[in-house]
Design a protein around this ligand. Structure first.
Ligand code: SIN
Length: 545
């Protein structure tokens, strides 16, 4: 088996991974492993933009207040403050790399700021409606020119390697990971002083999602398997407005469209959002998604409609060129037609417990971006706060690793060959396809926007059975990327269900008909799962206790 050495291994090539690699590039040999093409990530599809208190009439205090309000009592205030306050400097840094955020026409240097749900003012910097694409494009170019960074596309992580697993004496720490090269089928090891998980989100755990195919929760599953605490997985954010069209898979209609005045209409043509919250279409996402779900279920409508036909076509084409063109291709002219939309799984507010400098409970392992639960989002992420979190935490993570590096590099340890055992090539790929669909349908039906104890119990039974089957399949057959992803989505699905079962209240994104309230006499508490296969790593991360 081939072993590749580097100082820092970054797994994932979205905003968090590429920026971490960029910040490290002067100090270390960095290998960025990514399971598809470089840059294919949730970031790439981010439309709305990046929230930051940068306007003269805005303030960090106001951004903090809105974030805490959306987070429904579960944000960590010191984390919210650290991330919101670092925003303006990080935005300037992104611009110095070449990322262009839109300015208001004829206003000189003033940013054209978008408005999204839960924000008390316009606060979202954007590059048209393809902010994520612009960021990835620029960062791939920047990182691609760094001599000390190499990007390895089609390398899919199988498992992390720790000294505990290798049964070596001393403090348990991460020393790298095994990978499958999807194109050749080769299994190899990357041995690294430091490993950074930047694997993004979990949307594919659900049947309907705004996320691309890569969002299979790999990093959360990898971290959990080596004993990292996983937090708040019940808080899955459903984006209220995913395009409902048979030919459009996972296409988001940005919240910024509602920010520009779009109304939500039910099948009778009634605007219904204000019946659920005085902020109407711009209430936080949990409220809007639940309102849509309720309208669809009670009326039996397959979707609701977004209406922005009161805006002139030239404004819509200029402000939303990507959404306009995509809808038009499908026969929907958003200047004249209502857009059919449904809620879909969008963002995971939980994840591997991590600090704002990416530290996890396992030495030499860091987590940054959507894979991490830093405490910024609490029970519900404020729109467009996630790109800000990735940008701030990527830089902090790189600084923390450089500081550790200056204190000395860890002793490299040999990584044993990948044990194939009696595994043979699979002749039952249909099982993978079947189980893949079953996990996603089960999660959509029983662990969606509205939950009950009964549905969660049913989901847990099914997911556990599926995991047993998947484990057997995994042992019997040579690994493929499809099996690895299936193994990960099933593990993440179970984590979501178990966190949801622990929360005996409705709060933020977790809404249960059995507990339709949040007790007002006690503050929110995180849910945390600490019983991975090999037992938890210890000691736990300071500051999270
Ligand atoms: C959107 O454009 O609506 C998505 C923004 C986000 O998820 O923060």
């Amino acid at each position: 088996m081939r072993t590749v050495d580097c100082d820092v291994l970054v797994i994932g090539s979205g905003l968090a991974g590429l920026l971490t690699a960029h910040h490290l590039s002067l100090h270390a040999d960095v290998l960025v492993a990514t399971k598809r093409e470089a840059g294919e990530s949730n970031t790439r599809y981010a439309q709305g933009g990046i929230a930051c208190a940068i306007a003269p009439d805005d303030s960090v205090e106001s951004h903090i207040e809105d974030t805490l309000a959306a987070g429904a009592g579960l944000c960590r205030p010191e984390v919210v403050r650290a991330i919101a306050a670092a925003g303006p400097a990080r935005i300037r840094e992104l611009e110095s790399l070449g990322i262009r955020f839109e300015r208001r026409e004829g206003s000189g240097e003033e940013y054209d700021l978008g408005r999204e749900g839960g924000h008390s003012r316009r606060r979202v910097l954007h590059a048209g409606d393809i902010t994520g694409e612009e960021m990835i494009h620029v960062l791939l170019d920047v990182v691609g020119r760094k001599p000390r960074v190499s990007i390895r596309p089609h390398w899919m992580a199988i498992d992390l390697v720790t000294t505990g697993w290798l049964k070596r004496p001393g403090t348990n720490r991460c020393v790298g990971a095994y990978f499958l090269d999807r194109r050749t089928g080769e299994i190899l090891a990357v041995r690294a002083g430091w490993t950074v998980l930047a694997t993004g989100g979990v949307g594919k755990v659900y049947l309907y999602t705004t996320n691309p195919d890569v969002a299979t929760g790999d990093g959360i599953a990898l971290g959990w398997r080596v004993g990292l605490p996983v937090r708040n997985m019940e808080f899955i954010q459903f984006h209220p407005t995913c395009l409902y069209h048979p030919d459009a898979k996972s296409f988001l209609i940005s919240e910024a469209v509602r920010g520009e005045g779009a109304r939500l209409l039910n099948g009778a043509g009634e605007a219904f959002a204000v019946r659920y919250d005085p902020r109407g279409e711009l209430a936080p996402r949990d409220i809007v998604a639940r309102a849509i779900d309720h309208e669809m279920k009670t009326r039996g409508d397959p979707c609701v409609w977004l209406d922005i036909t009161h805006k002139p076509a030239d404004f819509l084409m200029r402000r939303f060129p990507n959404i306009y063109a995509r809808c038009l291709k499908l026969g929907i002219d958003m200047a004249r037609d209502r857009i059919p939309v449904v809620p879909a799984a969008h963002y995971c507010c939980g994840g591997l417990e991590a600090s704002v400098d990416g530290r996890t409970a396992l030495p030499n392992l860091f987590a940054v971006g959507e894979v991490a639960c830093t405490g910024l989002h609490g029970a519900n992420r404020l729109a467009s706060n996630s790109l800000l979190e990735a940008v701030v935490c990527a830089r902090n993570t790189a600084e923390a690793i450089v500081a550790e590096m200056e204190r000395g590099r860890p002793e490299p340890v040999p990584i044993p060959d990948w044990a194939v055992g009696d595994a043979v090539p699979s002749d039952e790929a249909v099982v993978v396809e079947h189980n893949w669909n079953e996990v996603r349908i089960c999660m959509w039906d029983y662990v969606g926007i509205v939950r009950t104890n009964k549905r969660l119990e049913r989901a847990l039974r099914r997911i556990r059975n599926l995991r047993l089957e998947i484990r057997q399949y995994y042992k019997q057959y040579l690994v493929t990327a499809d099996v690895l992803e299936l193994r990960n989505i099933a593990a993440v699905a179970e984590l979501i269900v178990r966190c949801a079962m622990l929360r005996r209240e409705s709060r933020g994104l977790h809404y249960s008909l059995d507990y339709p309230w949040a007790p007002s006499d006690r503050p929110g508490e995180d849910t945390v799962l600490l019983d991975p296969p090999g037992g938890p790593v210890s000691p736990p991360l300071p500051g999270w206790a």
